[in-house]
Structures are given as structure tokens and as C-alpha cells.
Design a protein around this ligand. Structure first.
Ligand code: M6R
Length: 589
């Protein structure tokens, strides 16, 4: 997703902006650029490609001045071209703007502006510098012009602007797209994500919708009417080294190996808060969990745990569909929003509608101060540190851990639950070592197969779906996960000689039926990959898993599937950390 950065400080802006953009790379992007202000002039360079490629073509690092803005673009409006890359400019090249989000009414604004302004790109963003230009030409300051411009925009956005007429400042604002301000005694930043500047400072302020910030000699905050407001800087406890590869080839591998520790850290919760939330869930007339992608699969397992341990039924609705159920959401509804980033637009939109209808909201997020955290009545944090790989791994097991804690709290067995979770951590560590080589071999063996099917029953159904999601997002091959019983209702028609079928079959009351479904595929020539405690003659390849109680199986079945996806991506020459077309934080609808 697009990432923006702005800087004002005591040293040259360009190297700092570039470093920040590299820190935002994980979000996914297709082009990059920066603009600085110096000697009454905007200097800018931008192009398509990764930051290193853009730097190879243009000397970004040498752009002069101590004030600047930067951007990594994830195309929404307009092709991936140099001219569509950010920053964008006004007619005179005196104003530069970087933007994250979508200006929904850009066509209307552009039609209105076009008679007097020269547009060069196909982007929605370009209306912003031209609007600022209009207001400044009419006598507004940069701050006033940004305020007036924001009133014209519909949609979600976070943008930052610089102008040669006020060369000592960056002005920025947001609506429904994240924007965080960071500062130390001699440098100030705005960015889409605090990771951008975490090496410089961990003192941050999260801007609320409609607020403005002016980075200059001091940092000034304004409300939506332009009146100065006080906001307090808080320290985020993420450490920069958590966001480095620490010797691993890819973040994804590092983050998979961090999973046992992530489970331990996720267990560090305030018991009183857990109890309040557990009681809140039990007492609510209806509970709806909403999430997208991997977080939704964690929610499906959470739903199972609530039912199994606490006898509480709840529904899971994917974020992008939730708003369409708003007719049945009211003040007796409790919504639990699950999101590692806390910034997923689909989830935010549904939660917003639910709040308008009077629903109570709990959030389970990783990013402290993120939008979903701020929208919630109560928040649980994953506490697993930043996850950089686009493919969610350690945040998934952390989300599961929080669902375990809530379910055990509701059952009044929290201590027992914690002990059992602690006991599982070393089993995961051993299992990774046990499977590591075999999974590499398996990934090589299946590297020419273009369709994978994953089946499981009960609590592991969502793990089959998650295994398939991991495989498709980083290997670019077709993969589907489904309840094993569903296979014969359609998908079996696709099973052919050699088709890999990943059968998640732990030794529980689902085992016999799941194996029976595996037989149905074997009869059609499938290559059966079995995950279970003991091997079975039907398996062409076996992935051993530790023997744990049924309700904890997702924690041990998911890890080998993450590794299988990882090695399959490598076997196909893909970069598992930066899958094409995908973004870490999906801040558009
Ligand atoms: O930040 P979120 O948890 O809300 O993100 C939701 C999905 O975009 C995310 O889980 C996505 O499916 C992952 N890339 C999967 O690995």
C-alpha cells in the first residue's frame, strides 16, 4: 500500500527520506519518489521500480535541503508509470504533494480545475497540489490551503505538502488513512507507519481523522477547523531491531521462527481486561467477529473456541461484507475487529457502520494506536513486535493466542489455558527443526504443480484455508482450502493425476472421515500430503506434527504449512517477503 513520509530537521532530508522509504518497502509498492525544498526551489525525482532501481536511475540521495516528503506508490488510479509516481506538483512546480488513499471525487475536481491547470498524470492525487495552488494564489498560507483543500476531498486520504513559499515546513492531514507524527529534539516526521522513522525516535502521536500537523521548528497540531490543539507524544515500545532481518534471508522465515516467542508475548495481558472482555462477550446478545484474510481465519478458529470452551455462539463476517449486514447490528451487538495492522479499510468501514448503529467494539490488533485500536471500547494487543513479511505468520498465532485467552477466561480456566499454551511453545520449536529439511524437499518435488488443495475438518478447517492462502499469496499458484467434507461437492472434479492434496488430519474424532476424503482424492490419482502425528499408508508425503489436545491443534498444524508455502515460493524463485500486487497494510476499500 502507498506509504508517505515527511521530514523537517537539522540534517539533509533526502538520505533520511530514503531510509524511511526503505523501512516502508514492506507495505508493497511499485514506484517511489521524493521532493525536497531548497533555495526557493522544489527538487524532485521519482520513477517506477524498487527504491534501489529508482536510485540507480536518479540521484535521489543528493536532492538538497532539510525539508522534504517521500512516497512509495501502490497503484490504484493510473498505470505504473513515472508520471503517475509521487510526488505530484502544481502548475508552477512550487508545491509538491504525496498521498495515500483514494480521492473519490477526483474526476469532478479535475474537470473543475482543468480549464486553469495543467494536469500531467492519470492519478486521483494530482488534484491536491492544484487545489492547494488555487487557494495559495488567492492568498492562503500553506496551512490554510491544505485545510481548504481537505474540505473539497471525498474519500480516504493522508497527504503531506511542501511549498517553496514556506520552505521551512511540511503540512499534513488525514481522513481514514493512517498518519503518525514522530519527533525528537531536532527532527520531526510524519509517516504512514511509525516503522518509517523508528530508528530516529519512538515518541509518536497518532493523528485523528480531520486533524492537521505542521512540522517546522516545532510541531503544531490543528483540529479540523484549523484551531491549535494539544496532543501528547507517547512512546511506542517497538524496537527497531525487531524490524530487521537479523541474519535471515527473509523476514518471513525469521517471523515463523519467532512464533513460539510470539505466543508467549501475546499471553502477557491484563487479566482484569481479559475478564471484562470475557464477561462482555458472554453477556452480549449477539457477537460478530469481523476481519480479512489471515485475520479472518484466526477469527474462525476463535469462533470455534468460544463455542467449544464457553458455549457462546458468534458469527464471523469478512470485513468487506460486514457493512451489508448493518440492518441487524444494533446496541445489543458486540463487534470484535481482528487485524494485525489495525488499518485495514474493509474492517474499519464495517466497524464504523456498526458503531453508528450503537454496537460496542472490541479490537484485537498488533499496532498500538492504530485506527481500529482507537475506534474500540476495549483493545487487546498482540505484543509480537512488527511483522514485516507481507504474509502474516507470527501475528496469526498471536491472534489465536488471544482467542484462547478469552475463551479460557470465559470458561474460568485462564491459568490452565496459559499453562497449556506455554507447554506447546517448545513443541512448535522442535517441530520446525524436525520438518525443515523434509519441507524443502517436498517444495522441490511439487514445484511444477500449479494447483494445490487443502482439506481438514472441525477446528482445523480454517487452517486448511490459511495454508492455501499462504501458498497462493507468495508462490503465485492456485491453492484452495476447504472443509474435507466439501471436496466431493464440486472441487473433486479438479483432482487429477499428481494433484497435491494437503490433508490436515490430526488424530482426533475427525481423523477417520478426513482420511476417507483423502482416499476419494487418491482414487483419482492425487498426490496426498498428510499432516498428522503418525503416518498413514495413504500418504505420499508425511509432515509430522506434535500430539496436542484437539483445541490447540491449529497452533501446531499452521506452522508446517507456512513453511511449505515459504519453501514453495523459494523453489519457484519468488520473493516470499514481497509478493506481487499485495500490500502489508490494505488501507483502500
Ligand atoms: O492487517 P490485517 O490483519 O487486517 O490484514 C488482513 C489481510 O490483508 C491479511 O491478513 C492478508 O490476508 C495477509 N497478507 C495474509 O498473509
Amino acid at each position: 500500500m502507498c506509504g508517505i513520509i515527511g521530514y523537517v530537521g537539522d540534517t539533509a532530508a533526502a538520505p533520511i527520506l530514503l531510509k524511511a522509504l526503505r523501512n516502508l518497502e514492506y507495505r508493497g509498492y511499485d514506484s517511489a519518489g521524493i521532493a525536497t525544498i531548497h533555495n526557493g526551489k522544489v527538487s524532485a525525482e521519482k520513477d517506477v521500480g524498487k527504491i534501489d532501481q529508482v536510485c540507480g536511475k536518479h540521484d535521489l540521495e543528493k536532492l538538497p535541503g532539510n525539508v522534504g516528503i517521500g512516497h512509495v506508490r501502490w497503484a490504484t488510479h493510473g498505470d505504473v508509470t513515472q508520471v503517475n509516481a509521487h510526488p505530484h506538483f502544481d502548475c508552477k512546480g512550487e508545491i509538491a504533494v504525496v498521498h495515500n488513499g483514494i480521492v473519490e471525487n477526483y474526476r469532478e475536481l479535475r474537470t473543475r480545475l482543468e480549464p486553469k491547470h495543467r494536469f500531467v498524470s492519470q492519478t486521483d492525487t494530482e488534484v491536491i497540489p492544484h487545489l492547494i495552488e488555487e487557494y495559495m494564489d488567492a492568498g492562503a498560507t500553506l496551512e490554510q490551503a491544505v485545510l481548504q483543500t481537505s474540505r473539497q476531498l471525498k474519500g480516504c486520504y493522508a497527504f503531506a505538502a511542501v511549498c517553496v513559499k514556506e520552505p521551512d515546513r511540511v503540512v499534513a492531514t488525514r481522513r481514514e488513512s493512517p498518519l503518525v507524527v514522530g519527533a525528537n529534539s531536532h527532527r520531526a516526521f510524519i509517516a504512514s507507519d511509525a516503522l518509517a522513522f523508528l530508528q530516529e525516535t519512538n515518541r509518536v502521536v497518532f493523528l485523528e481523522d480531520g486533524e492537521f500537523v505542521i512540522l517546522g521548528k516545532t510541531v503544531t497540531f490543528l483540529d479540523q477547523d484549523g484551531k491549535p490543539i494539544k496532543k501528547e507524544f507517547k512512546e511506542v515500545d517497538w524496537k527497531w531491531d525487531q524490524a530487521t532481518k537479523q541474519g535471515y534471508d527473509y523476514y518471513m522465515m525469521k517471523e515463523i521462527l519467532e512464533e513460539p516467542q510470539a505466543i508467549r508475548q501475546a499471553m502477557m495481558q491484563d487479566r482484569k481486561l481479559l475478564l471484562e472482555m470475557g464477561i462482555g462477550i458472554l453477556r452480549s446478545r449477539q457477537v460478530v467477529i469481523t476481519a480479512c484474510g489471515t485475520s479472518r481465519f484466526a477469527a474462525l478458529i476463535g469462533r470455534y473456541l468460544f463455542s467449544r470452551l464457553a458455549g457462546k455462539f458468534c458469527d464471523v463476517i469478512m470485513g468487506s461484507e460486514f457493512q451489508y449486514f448493518s440492518d441487524s447490528i444494533d446496541r445489543n451487538t458486540l463487534v470484535i475487529a481482528v487485524s494485525q495492522s489495525g488499518e485495514t479499510a474493509d474492517v474499519i468501514q464495517g466497524v464504523k457502520r456498526a458503531k453508528e448503529n450503537g454496537a460496542q467494539v472490541y479490537s484485537i490488533v498488533n499496532t498500538v494506536g492504530s485506527t481500529l485500536a482507537r475506534m474500540a471500547d476495549r483493545v487487546l494487543y498482540l505484543n509480537c513486535g512488527p511483522e514485516i513479511g507481507v504474509a502474516a505468520t507470527k501475528t496469526f498465532v498471536s491472534q489465536l493466542t488471544l482467542f484462547y485467552l478469552l475463551a479460557f477466561t470465559m470458561e474460568n480456566r485462564l491459568d490452565d489455558g496459559i499453562q497449556q499454551l506455554l507447554d506447546i511453545c517448545p513443541l512448535i520449536e522442535q517441530n520446525v527443526k524436525q520438518n525443515n529439511k523434509g519441507l524443502q524437499v517436498l517444495a522441490q518435488k511439487t514445484r511444477d504443480r500449479n494447483d494445490f488443495y487443502y482439506i481438514a475438518r472441525g477446528i482445523n478447517f480454517a487452517i486448511a484455508a490459511e495454508g492455501a492462502l499462504k501458498m497462493k499469496e507468495i508462490s503465485y499458484i492456485h491453492a484452495e482450502g476447504m472443509p474435507a467434507g466439501e471436496l466431493k461437492h464440486g472441487t473433486l472434479a479438479l483432482v487429477d493425476h499428481g494433484t497435491p492434496i494437503v490433508v490436515v488430519a490430526p488424530d482426533d474424532y475427525t481423523y477417520d472421515e478426513t482420511i476417507a476424503n483423502a482416499h476419494e482424492t487418491k482414487a483419482r490419482g492425487a498426490f496426498v500430503i498428510g499432516l498428522s502425528e503418525e503416518t498413514n499408508p495413504i500418504f505420499d508425503a508425511w509432515i509430522p506434527i506434535p500430539d496436542v489436545d484437539e483445541i490447540f491443534q491449529p497452533l501446531v498444524t499452521v506452522v508446517p504449512l507456512q513453511l511449505l508455502a515459504y519453501y514453495s515460493a523459494l523453489a519457484r524463485g519468488r520473493d516470499p517477503d514481497k509478493p506481487r500486487n499485495l500490500a502489508k497494510s490494505v488501507t483502500v476499500l
